[in-house]
Structure formats: structure tokens, C-alpha cells
Ligand binder design. Structure first.
Ligand code: F6P
Length: 341
């Protein structure tokens, strides 16, 4: 059987490790592969190339994706789903391995409902996908953010400043909470908890009173002020209806300085969190997901996604994986709060 592999949505360290694992395991099962260029767009435009063991050699540790990616939603295009199904039929493609987050896998689920044989692999630095404990790419993003926070600490201390570090994560605070805890942040602000500016400032004043003249505030890009924060996000929407987030860090830095008199700077880590080589943990997780996805295809278990439960790789339905966002467990936030101020 010929199987298509695609990577959709924002790129993420470990995509190439999954592609390599799917092809290596799949070839052992006698499957043949074609790589779809730039996510669902490649199936709309019949744009793909043969993926062999030689083509995926040497990519385990490389960031980005050899397939390219896009945020294309076939369900937003006139006749889109029909074109995807036609491309698959014309090329004799019997199954698709879709590597993506809630948007890409949401499309996969809807195509499965229309009879397409799809298997999913959970990708995103945001770790906001249900049905799995962890997505690959998250560990790398947290590692990069933690190293950045360590670096911000020394410069903040040297200048007696507060530094606000804005990290990615969309509407979930996983990157902020994990990197903030690992990096010893003095306050961590996440989308799941509205920001109370008076509280934030009070934590910094308490530190000042204890002789700590520098502070690190980690804020998730999707964190919101208690009264709503339209002023710090663009109104631009992508094909999945998401606004582009960003700006909360600069806003907070200005407000903290105004309210406390502490000199404050903002640093936005941005796409640095997504680029470059995956951590060892992400390479292993991506490899396990890829091998399992190839097994699912061989066994004809479509409409399923590879998932991590504890330390076991299991199958969950695409429906379960995409029905709600995986948000922060309040108990973990309570642990982080012990170290605020
Ligand atoms: O979903 C991954 C992510 O990096 C989010 O954390 C962030 O909000 C978004 O993608 C940024 O998207 P883009 O690469 O389109 O700017």
C-alpha cells in the first residue's frame, strides 16, 4: 500500500524524527511512502514526492520538516475535501499519516469521517492536545525557554531590573509553567488564570523588601489581564480562526515599571522556541510515535492517534484528541506558586 505523510501547522522540533520513524518501520511492513509538501495544501495541489529510506537518511536530529508545512485548511476551500480525496485516489494512496496539532488533526478527523484512512501523530510545542500526556516538541521548547530564563537571571541581577519573558503556548500555559518552574521564575502568568496586576507588583515589592532587587516574570503569550486585553493581540486570523498572539510581555513590563518604579525590560522568545535541533527526549518520543503510527497503518486501525499515557504509547481516537484543549492542571500551578515573590 502507498501511504502519504504530511506535517501541518506550526513546525516543531522532532517532525523529521517522526517522518524517519514512520518510513523505516513502514518499509519493514512492506509499505511505500510519498511525502506531501506543505501540509494539507500538498494534497489540494497534488504536490508530493517519493519518500524512501535514502530520502529520510540523516534527518533524526534536524529541526523543521523536510516536507514543509502550512496552516492550510481544506474545509475552508471551495471543494477542498473533495480535491484531497481525489488526489489520494488518483495517486493510489491508501492511507495518510498526519503529523500535527489540534488544527491538522481536526482536519484529519473530518476526512476520516468521509472515509479517508488517516492515522495521527501529536505534534506541538504548546502541549495543548487532549488524549496524550505529552506532544513531541514541547520538551525542546521548554528546554530552550529555560536556558533563556537562566540567561535573563544574570543580566537582571547585574542591573537590578525586572525582566518579563514572554513565551509561546497559544491558549495553554504549559511552556510558561514548565520553563518558569525550571528556571526559578518569581511569577508565572498563564492563560488559564487571569492576570491580576496588583498581585504581580506585590510579589516584586516583597522581593525588593527582602533585598532582592531583580525579578523574573514569565508570561505565556495567551495570558489575559483580568479585564480582557484586546490591545495586546492582533486581529489577524489564520484559516483555522486563530488570532496571532503576542504583546503581553511588553505591556506588562511597562505597567510593572509604572506601578513599582522598578526598571523593567521585556524579552519575547518567539520562534526561537520552535527552531533547531530536538532534545534527546523529543527524539525518542517522536521515534516511538512514528513507529507506532506505522504499526497502526499496517493493522488498519484508522481514525486513531498515537499517544503517550504514562510511559506507554497507546492509540486514542482522533475525536478524543481534538475535542478539547489540554490545559494546565491547577495542582501543578499551586506548586509553582509556592516560589512566587
Ligand atoms: O502552535 C505553535 C505556535 O508556535 C504557538 O505557540 C504560537 O502562538 C503560534 O504557533 C505562532 O504561529 P506562527 O508561526 O504562525 O507565527
Amino acid at each position: 500500500m502507498k501511504v502519504a505523510i504530511l506535517t501541518g501547522g506550526g513546525d516543531c522540533p522532532g517532525l523529521n524524527a517522526v517522518i524517519r520513524a514512520v518510513v523505516r518501520r513502514g518499509e519493514q511492513h512492506g509499505l511505500e511512502f510519498t511525502g506531501i509538501r506543505e501540509g494539507w495544501r500538498g494534497l489540494l495541489e497534488n504536490n508530493h514526492f517519493r519518500l524512501t529510506r535514502e530520502a529520510i537518511s540523516g534527518i533524526l536530529h534536524v529541526g523543521g520538516t523536510i516536507l514543509g508545512t502550512s496552516r492550510t485548511n481544506p474545509f475552508k476551500k471551495e471543494g477542498g475535501p473533495e480535491r484531497v480525496i481525489q488526489t489520494l485516489a488518483e495517486n493510489n494512496i491508501g492511507a495518510v499519516v498526519a503529523i500535527g496539532g489540534e488544527d491538522t488533526l481536526g482536519v484529519a478527523k473530518r476526512l476520516f469521517d468521509r472515509g479517508v484512512n488517516v492515522v495521527g501523530v501529536p505534534k506541538t510545542i504548546d502541549n495543548d492536545l487532549s488524549g496524550t500526556d505529552y506532544t513531541f516538541g514541547f520538551d525542546t521548547a521548554v528546554t530552550i525557554a529555560t536556558e533563556a530564563i537562566d540567561r535573563l537571571h544574570t543580566t537582571a541581577e547585574a542591573h537590578n531590573r525586572a525582566i518579563v519573558c514572554e513565551v509561546m503556548g497559544r491558549h495553554a500555559g504549559h511552556i510558561a509553567l514548565h520553563s518558569g518552574m525550571a528556571g526559578g521564575a518569581d511569577v508565572i502568568l498563564i492563560p488559564e488564570r487571569p492576570i491580576v496586576l496588583d498581585e504581580v507588583c506585590q510579589y516584586l515589592r516583597t522581593r525588593l523588601a527582602r533585598g532582592k532587587r531583580f525579578s523574573i516574570v514569565v508570561v505565556a503569550e495567551g495570558a489575559q489581564l483580568q479585564r480582557g486585553k484586546d490591545e495586546v493581540q492582533t486581529q489577524e486570523l489564520d484559516e483555522f480562526g486563530h488570532v496571532r498572539l503576542g504583546g503581553i510581555g511588553a505591556y506588562l513590563a511597562k505597567e510593572i515599571e509604572r506601578r513599582t518604579g522598578i526598571e523593567t525590560r521585556a524579552t519575547v522568545l518567539g520562534h526561537i522556541q520552535r527552531g533547531g535541533t530536538p532534545t534527546a527526549r523529543d527524539r525518542v518520543l517522536a521515534t516511538r510515535y512514528g513507529v507506532f503510527a506505522a504499526d497502526l497503518v499496517k493493522e488498519g486501525r484508522f481514525g486513531q492517534m498515537a499517544a503517550l499515557h504514562g510511559d506507554a504509547i497507546v492509540a486514542v481516537s482522533l475525536e478524543e484528541a481534538t475535542k478539547a484543549l489540554h490545559l494546565i492542571d491547577p495542582k501543578l500551578y499551586e506548586v509553582a506558586e509556592v516560589f512566587f515573590g
